[in-house]
Design a protein around this ligand. Sequence first.
Ligand code: NAD
Ligand code: GLY
Length: 347
Amino acid sequence: MKTIHIETSSPYDVYIERGSLAKSGELISKVIDSKKTVIITDDTVNSLYTDTLVQSLEKSGISPSVFVFPHGEQSKNLNVLGGIYDFLCKKRITRSDFIIALGGGVVGDITGFAAASFLRGIKFVQIPTTLLAQVDSSVGGKTAIDIAGGKNLVGAFKQPALVICDSDILRTLPQSELSCGMAEVIKYGMIRDEKLFEVLEKHDISNVDEVMDDIVYTCIDIKREVVENDEFDKGERMMLNFGHTLGHAIEGWHNYTNYTHGMGVAVGMCMITERLCSPELAERLKKCVVSYGLPTSTEAPLSELLPFCSTDKKCESGSISYIICNKIGKAEIKKVTVAEFEKLMEG
Ligand code: NAD
Ligand code: GLY
């Protein structure tokens, strides 16, 4: 078992081991005293993994109830959140109890926000079941729900009490979801770790499972360093948004349907690198992106993407921050006016 300790305002450990879902009860008992919990999950993950988790918790004397909601981004909303609060009341969850997020980023984000807000804050454990959730959303304490005004507009910083990553769980992911997570993995290689990027170049979507544990460990360790330096997203943490400004714009252009976040990030990374970096670097990135089943370009015209960029959360009072990697493993944050950004992108 590999462990990464995250030294944030509320510190915690991340356990990474194949098969660790079945050891969750034991691992949780080491850090939380309560014997009562609610597992929050979506219908897809529920049918695959809740039984294993329940058995493991019961073996450690922890008694779980289960709240299940329909899978997908459309569930990350106030209605489902209200349903979670009602269920926690019904099960008489107190401040000394805890809740568990068993699922991808949607489950993790809404459960984390419920934990941040219910009774003004209770403990929660993240058991991420997608690659994106393991390498990104389960670590670092960003929690949120979507409202009519936009994605992730209501949320809180709330660090989990523990994160358990079992990469065996990723074997049941549809390939499109695996690719989506690989976009974030490629991002980590680009911004911080050339060796990780080289490992990615030696593999592809068909055989990356062989090195998945090491990849998850490396990515979380990069996120650890960034989050420890800038827990509340005031500076360095922005680096994690490489490819995301244009990526979100492309997702928005597609109305967030039939276009995954990972596809947007992949195209966003390629577009910015192609326009602002050397042709050799852009080619290397594109080759890697393609080998993980991701696109390198979009049919969306730049002129229609740019208005989405200026409404992005990373855009403040007429200026926009974007990330550029002139060398693999080295990222820089640049702040320019929206007009300058448009000029750069139009080349
Ligand atoms: P998701 O949670 O919707 O999961 C994707 C799909 O995979 C779902 O249909 C789910 O049921 C299914 N699934 C999950 N685990 C599975 C498994 N092991 N086997 C088979 N199917 C499985 O999506 P996601 O990509 O994990 O997360 C996206 C969300 O994460 C977005 O809402 C985004 O805003 C958020 N996010 C948050 C952060 C953060 O720092 N908090 C970072 C990045 C993304
Ligand atoms: N996913 C970006 C962050 O955690 O800051």
